[in-house]
Design a protein around this ligand. Structure first.
Ligand code: PMT
Length: 361
């Protein structure tokens, strides 16, 4: 533990200056989550089944990762994301015939149950108790779904049951950025078995900074020492080994969230130039429910990744990339979900990409 009470009365964590971890160094020094082996066994079984049944598989990551500040965690930093994008998209991928590995932040929204979220549409509010005749207490037989809720419930429930019967949805959970990184590496290595038939849809909001285990306080940080100073290390950019090593053939879609819309396209191009994957979907925080931009390389085979590029690379040539804006009109159609169109577009692009690769063999 590297906490020290400074002479100015402040708590200081991680006395060394912040480091930038390579992926190798990260996995060599940070321990795997205890559930990893069990999760990998479930993923192997799931993928075997999908291979036999010749389904395409998509990995959807969803929700925000946390960064614990103590080993016995009381406090942590969190990343913004309710998990709406991931949970909604997972449903549309299932509808399009994909099998889905849904890797999500514990307690964030999930496919199907998201329609009955405790904050926007609480479960108990759509049930009624039919008053029993006489003085007897109500029984289970008296519980009824409100008439105005029935059509939607029936639709959601029957799709959910059909997915369960088909065995096309596997749910995995993460909390910390460490859980996320270990799980993403393990799942993508397993998925590489499927070659071009797998798609990666990286919608999770992943922490950029973390406290290595070796530098964390064991116990709850005490408040009696004045202000708190924490210096964090940089989380390795995981897209780099994902594209270059773990899953060379997968169709990889990453997301870019910005609050300044003017940065969306340049940042997306930078990511494509740096990692060499297939699509970046840019979304501005306040417009993300009705507008996104797809940015992708123009040529069918993307320019290969540029490992030498520094974080502050100059903007790559715009002629190498194309943008497709996708907008929906929520005033005209308030029930419409933009994920339906995002997924439809990706399903088309993935199929075209597989076709092109097959033709070029
Ligand atoms: O869940 P909602 O409330 O609906 O919100 C959805 C969303 C806005 C969170 C989602 O649409 C979104 O944009 N997710 C990505 C958030 C983001 O911009 O993350 P980033 O800039 O930290 O990372 C960009 C990409 O790099 C991501 O695809 C991420 O998987 C990847 N990354 C991030 C960190 C890291 N260390 N390594 C990475 O590879």
């Amino acid at each position: 533990m590297t906490t020290s009470a400074q002479s100015d009365g402040a708590n200081t964590f991680n006395n060394t200056s912040g480091e930038s971890f390579s992926a190798e160094k990260y996995f060599a020094t940070q321990p795997p989550p205890p559930s990893l082996e069990q999760d990998v066994a479930r993923v192997k079984d799931f993928l075997q089944k999908q291979l036999q049944e010749r389904r395409k598989v998509v990995l959807v990551t969803s929700g925000g990762t946390t960064v614990p500040l103590e080993l016995n965690v009381v406090r942590f930093l969190d990343n913004f994301s309710a998990g709406t994008r991931g949970a909604t998209s997972a449903e549309y991928f299932l509808k399009a015939g994909y099998a889905v590995i849904f890797m999500h932040r514990q307690f964030s929204l999930q496919p199907f149950s998201r329609h009955y979220s405790h904050s926007t549409h609480p479960f108990l509010d759509f049930l009624d108790i039919n008053e029993p005749s006489g003085s007897s207490a109500p029984s289970f037989g008296d519980i009824a779904v409100r008439p105005e809720e029935r059509a939607q419930l029936l639709e959601v429930l029957s799709t959910y049951k059909a997915v369960q019967r088909a065995g096309t949805l596997l749910t995995l959970t993460f909390v910390t950025v460490n859980d996320y990184l270990w799980l993403l590496r393990a799942v993508s290595q397993e998925m590489s078995l499927l070659g071009r038939n797998c798609l990666y849809y990286l919608a999770a909001a992943v922490s950029d900074f973390f406290l290595p285990r070796q530098k964390m306080s064991v116990h709850k940080i005490q408040s009696g020492k004045g202000s708190l100073h924490i210096e964090m290390d940089q989380v390795p950019k995981i897209l780099k080994p994902l594209v270059a090593e773990w899953t060379r053939e997968g169709f990889i879609v990453s997301f870019k969230l910005e609050t300044d819309e003017d940065l969306l396209v340049p940042k997306a191009r930078q990511a494509l130039a740096r990692y060499g994957h297939q699509v970046v979907i840019g979304n501005e925080l306040h417009r993300r429910k009705f507008e996104v931009v797809f940015v992708s390389p123009k040529s069918a085979s993307p320019p290969s990744a540029s490992p030498a590029l520094s974080t502050e690379i100059a903007e790559p040539p715009s002629a190498d990339y194309e943008e497709t804006w996708l907008t929906i009109d929520l005033e005209q159609n308030p029930e419409k979900e933009i994920e339906e169109d995002i997924v439809a577009e990706l399903v088309r692009r993935h199929a075209r990409w597989i076709d092109n690769a097959t033709r070029n063999v």
